[in-house]
Design a protein around this ligand. Structure first.
Ligand code: BES
Ligand code: MG
Ligand code: ZN
Length: 490
């Protein structure tokens, strides 16, 4: 996406499609009035005829005979009192998707009055770069040739080129995460995840260490190896590191740890039809970590950032791990497998031990971990689990800035006995109720005293239908939150 910051007025911009915010009040707003005047009153005439009232998210496309202005997309932003900068993101996404349908290569968009100009410029750029996303790698027909890849922002922040560049880098990270989730599991294997990580490291000068199967065996990551035992594809543990210039031993360190389960069949607790179809998405946490690491350099945060992704398949075969098996994790705790479909917490357990041993100050893990979290919070909201209030609040703030939904859940100690086993240090599942919490309590056993938070992204990582700037399929959820987190106050 090329972004131009237009310093003039909406009345002067030349474009094949201009998105105009329309207030849902008695007055449609000064921007509408100015463009209406330019079109000789055509906009207000048609808006009246079509009873377009500026309700939030409603659109109306109007063709114009005005020189330099072929079409106007009226975009309802609702009541002025409720106006949010995030609605600019939805408006930009709507404009780009209209442009794509009409094979227009450029759009312009007016920032509404009364929103923070910097935030609105970020959201306009995001909406365009994320809303135009399509996954067409496997289409041999009906591939759209021309995509809209020019956005002109009217009335946004001035001197914001750096901000736009950073925002585009973040969007590229989100779109990488989407590509990884959308790619079929025959392609997106643990090896492919590792190759993607290497490519990111080469492009942005990050350090990259990959543990192959032999290295995992030498290290003693037995839980990751157990999950992977039923698979012909070898597991990997990916470790990327960003170091700010001049970093020394006093530079704070944060680690992002993402579940990279490239296909979750459930193992011998095999998933039935109806539950298995989308399980290529079970690496969305790992994809979010790789997406954030792809963009981290553009944000140049003053912290060392580690991206750690344990990656495996979870299949069945004569070599697969079995219900009742017991394995020792990297930190030596014995785990009795009572459900092979609770595999995410197993591969994360070893990855968290590995990360904790590096001596980082903070760890946040991301995982499509439990259906229970979707039952609790619905499809659009991630569960946030942490005993560290300050860190949890930082994550909530970051998510808020990024326009992503997270909701704090309790890590209730009272449920910990559900994980007790008579013959091992713990079982890998609790009982039925509180499944998202017991999963979190399980992970907590592997982070020692490190400040830690867990995001269960099972719901928001994957979407059944397109909405605003979020396409159907992989959403790239959490990349923007992670980038806000590492570049903000921790
Ligand atoms: N990958 C799944 C969780 C999941 C479910 C993600 C639906 C996205 C959508 C995870 O590995 C799993 O199978 N969890 C089990 C845990 C249970 C066996 C305790 C679940 O949620 O049913
Ligand atoms: Mg599972
Ligand atoms: Zn899983």
């Amino acid at each position: 996406m090329n972004v131009i910051l237009h310093s003039g007025l909406a009345s002067s911009v030349e474009t094949p499609l201009l998105a105009v915010p329309v207030l849902g009040d008695d007055s449609r707003g000064a921007i509408f009035d100015a463009v209406d005047e330019r079109t000789g009153g055509r906009l207000s005439r048609i808006a009246d005829e079509e009873q377009f009232k500026g309700k939030g998210g409603k659109t109306l496309l109007v063709h114009c005979d005005t020189p330099g202005l072929s079409r106007v997309l009226l975009y309802g932003v609702g009541k002025e009192a409720d106006l949010k900068a995030t609605s600019v993101r939805a408006m930009a996404a709507a404009a780009v998707s209209q442009a794509n349908k009409r094979h227009l290569s450029a759009v312009a968009l007016c920032i509404p009055d009364g929103v923070d100009k910097e935030a609105a410029t970020v959201f306009a750029t995001q909406g365009a770069a994320l809303g135009g996303y399509r996954f067409e790698d496997f289409l041999t027909q009906n591939v759209e040739e021309l995509a809209c890849n020019n956005l002109c922002i009217v009335g946004g922040a001035s001197d914001a080129e750096g901000l736009v560049e950073r925002t585009l880098a973040a969007a590229a990270g989100v779109n990488l995460a989407r590509d990884l989730v959308n790619g079929p599991p025959v392609q997106v294997t643990p090896t492919y995840m590792a190759e993607t990580a290497k490519k990111i490291a080469d492009e942005s000068g990050l350090e990259c260490t990959i543990f192959d199967k032999a290295a995992l065996e030498r290290a003693g990551m037995n839980l990751l190896l157990a999950v992977s035992a039923g698979s012909d594809e070898e597991p990997r543990l990916i470790h990327l590191t960003y170091r700010p210039e001049g970093a020394d031993e006093n530079t704070p360190q944060i680690a992002l740890v993402g579940k990279g389960l490239t296909f979750d069949a459930g193992g011998y607790n095999l998933k039935p039809s109806g539950s298995i179809e989308d399980m290529k998405m079970d690496m969305a946490g790992g994809a979010a970590v790789l997406g954030a690491m792809k963009a981290v350099k553009a944000f140049a945060p003053n912290v060392i950032v580690h991206g750690v992704v344990p990656s495996s398949e979870n299949l069945v075969s004569g070599g697969a791990y079995k219900v009742g098996d017991i394995f020792h994790s990297l930190n030596g705790k014995s785990v009795q497998i009572m459900n092979t479909d609770a595999e995410g917490r197993l591969i994360l357990a070893d990855a968290l031990c590995y990360t904790e041993r590096m001596g980082v100050e903070r760890i946040v893990d991301l995982a499509t971990l439990t259906g229970a979290c979707m039952v609790a919070l619905g499809p659009h909201t991630a569960g946030l689990f942490s005993d560290h209030d300050d860190f949890a609040k930082s994550i909530e703030r970051a998510a808020d800035k990024a326009g992503e939904n997270v909701w704090r859940m309790p890590l209730q100690k009272k449920l910990r006995p559900m994980l007790d086993s008579p013959i091992a240090d713990m079982k890998n599942v609790g009982q039925r109720w509180g499944g998202a919490i017991t999963a979190g309590l399980f992970l907590q056993e592997f982070v020692g005293d490190t400040t830690w938070a867990h995001l269960d992204i099972a719901g928001p990582a994957y979407s059944d239908k397109a909405d605003e700037h979020v396409p159907k399929g992989g959403t790239g959820f959490a990349v923007l939150t992670l980038l806000e987190l590492i570049s903000g106050e921790l």
